[in-house]
Write a protein that binds this ligand. Sequence first.
Ligand SMILES: Cc1cc2nc3c(=O)[nH]c(=O)nc-3n(C[C@H](O)[C@H](O)[C@H](O)COP(=O)(O)O)c2cc1C
Length: 398
Amino acid sequence: MLAGKCVVLGVTGGIAAYKAVEVASRLRKLGATVFVVMTRAAANFVTPLTFREISGNPVVTSMWDEPKLWNVEHIALATRADLFLIAPATANVIGKLAAGIADDMLTTTVLATKAPVVLAPAMNCNMYLNPVVQANIAKLAGLGYHFLPPDEGPLACGAEGPGRLPDPAVIVDEVAALLGAGGELAGKKVLVTAGPTREAIDPVRYIGNRSSGKMGYAVARAAAARGADVVLVTGPTALTPPPGVRVVAVETAAEMLAAVLAEYDDCAVVVKAAAVADYRPLAPAEHKIKKHGDELTLTLTKTEDILAELGRRKQGQVLVGFAAETRDLAANAGDKLTRKNLDMVVANDVTLPGAGFSGDTNIARLLYRDGRAEELGLMSKEELAGIILQRIYGLLTR
Ligand SMILES: Cc1cc2nc3c(=O)[nH]c(=O)nc-3n(C[C@H](O)[C@H](O)[C@H](O)COP(=O)(O)O)c2cc1C
């Protein structure tokens, strides 16, 4: 996917520097030529030797060393880069770039490049949320630098909040999407649904579910990275949509059905990862329901089954559904596959630790129309999304 592309990877002195090794490795596996530029601080966390072996190229750490490749090394690297990625990006390097400071090889090369620059900030959450850091990010973003927002969660320093470097697979997918990699799904329209739906009980309350949207967003990102023309129909989530993806925001099952049908006919692939309500209140109250009496009975009515409708209208599309089950996984998922005329089902037992709605990992079993089943172990939702897209490509080209 990235053959012929040159990515210069800047590594700075954050605890997440070790994850940059996997970033370099994944970029290289996709065919990119990778040059690593490290700050002095970064070399305290991971040795240049590691990056030299992983990238297959000399690693630059200082402006004053004997040039390893070219005479004016920073200009040569700056010119050669198709894309400049700084992962992890410390508060310090973000501040220096925002101020135009060029006091080491990395900042000097970035100032000299005309290639797109992508930064993946990673730091303690208080540092990240510090108004000075936020102002520096806003300034650079305004100047055209791309930012991959950090993940939220437990940080190495013991705090919890935004500041974790995104999964290397996510970083590499975003790089591939920005480089417009002529991927295996180039020219194909892929429709992905994600997140929960909300069905109104009254103007302030709704029936929802625990879906975070992470799996669907990961699938959308992976499809975009493979060159697809991606439409993401999403229920309400707290996630930032991947770049290069067209987003259609919906709330109810009925709105999702309408949005999906409007996009369906020219799709090559549909992946339905959304958790759609099966029932909705029959008659949502016009005004807020007041508290009275010990019990309240809501009458629910069935919503339209979107996947079944797509199965009925199918004209050559590869149709992939998700089955989140709490028991009889194989039987329930297999039944869904045939009943709804699907090509593949991604089934998971949401009661297993590491699988399910809000976490970053999943444990899935892929079931195919021809009766084949593929058991996948515990992996990140990003990795699973990559495998799902590979299998879809297989179904498209069979
Ligand atoms: C153990 C340790 C971990 C650190 N982790 C981070 C981090 O995750 N993010 C960050 O912005 N700075 C972190 N720092 C601070 C940077 O290393 C420091 O600001 C340094 O000057 C960054 O230099 P550089 O931007 O040139 O790489 C850490 C420092 C230490 C000692």
